[in-house]
Design a protein around this ligand. Sequence first.
Ligand code: LMR
Length: 327
Amino acid sequence: ISLALTTAALAFTATTASANCDSGERVVKFSHVTGGTTHPKVVAANNFAERVNEEMNGKLCIEVFPNSTLFGDSKELEALLLGDVQLLAPSLSKFGSYTPKYGVFDLPFIFQDMDHAIRFTQTAEGKDLLTEMDDYAGFVGLGYWMSGMKYFSANKPLMVPSDAEGLKFRVQTSDVAKQMIAAMDASPQAMAFSEVYGALQTGVVDGQENTWSNIYTKKFYEVQDSITETNHQLLAYLFMTSSEFLSSLSDEDRAQFIAIADAVTQEANESVKAKEAANRENILKAGGTINTLSPEQRAEWVETMKPVWKQFESDIGKDLIDAAAGA
Ligand code: LMR
């Protein structure tokens, strides 16, 4: 009973935490799963909240709940549909049960770097994907927030794909990621982000793949032998709301809200590379080990993972894959 009471009390505290909202202001909840102070998503979410709270003062009041404190990975999209939260920024790898098309962002080595990914999001195909789920799920993308390229870490050094053989890797709920791990003769285990540190620490999984910012702010480097600079995949977010929330705003408020979202998105993407570089340094300063690959080693990773593209060609669409690869 006491546990239930504590949980209920915590939930109550979390949902009523106030960002100094005035009476008469409409409270808008923004839930996400990342933490720390140097993470690009943490900074962008806080910037958005600050700007709306200042520029739309008296109308809207955004409260940000980081670190899975309000909703974690498995519940946040459902919570948006139920109206329990109005803003999210989940990884594009977490939409598999709503659309296979976002799998394009997960294809290994499809983007050379974040600039390439940003170019794709600015094409007609990339922009269309923002509202891909509006009609049937009521999800509306406000913008893409880049997070970083991804790197593998494990309880042993990984220099070539065969080093990963037989290991178990935590992945996000992405079919592309699962097939990519299978291509390395390793096993994927989908798991919520909030559970990864514990799973690495207790050996439930042997490794994971993530950005410098997530590896640093979640301290994964503490419970892994080393991280390998594979650059194999992109991590990016859909900064999103529901069509129900957007259409509930007056035309004037909606235009102002979207203009702030656009400005914050642009600023977030302009500063993300510097944030990632700083968190890479932070990992090294904190005692983490980073392995870099020779061109030959890197070519082995590319070769091992490239066949995954074909497996998803019909689900994602060849035109979309070509548009992303050629952006
Ligand atoms: C993950 O689950 O590894 C990431 O998507 C977490 C995040 O939001 O950066």
